[in-house]
Write a protein that binds this ligand. Structure first.
Ligand code: SF4
Length: 114
């Protein structure tokens, strides 16, 4: 089973209606649905905070303290697809930054539940 970390958009998660849980990312990972290509264990759920500077250091701290390196990092569907989009960084750009800093593959999206 793959170990995955999920990065969610904190602004969206805090809105209370967009991200009720967040069960959707977790369900998709557990069942290998949506953007997960197999059943996956979520070993970290990192909340991005505007303007997005905390994501890479938080991922680094998670890996150091937990002594766990995920096989893949997913940017959540809300982070990738929410409209209006993030005013600070686009998802492709954030994915490249994370990949360059961690050497871990980043997948855009987590689920397609509505
Ligand atoms: S920087 Fe963008 S992705 Fe991160 S919490 Fe703010 S709006 Fe969401």
């Amino acid at each position: 089973m793959k170990k995955v970390a999920v990065v969610g958009c904190g602004a969206y998660m805090d809105s209370g209606y967009g991200c009720p849980g967040e069960w959707r990312c977790l369900k998709a990972a557990a069942l290998g649905e949506g953007d997960f290509d197999e059943t996956s264990q979520v070993v970290a759920f990192v909340k991005c905070e505007c303007p997005g500077r905390t994501v890479v250091p938080t991922l680094g701290m998670f890996m150091k303290l937990s002594e766990t390196k995920p096989d893949v990092i997913h940017l959540s569907s809300c982070l990738v697809e929410a409209k209006p989009g993030c005013p600070y960084v686009n998802a492709e750009e954030l994915a490249k930054i994370i990949e360059n800093k961690t050497n871990i593959k980043v997948v855009l999206g987590t689920h397609d539940y509505h």
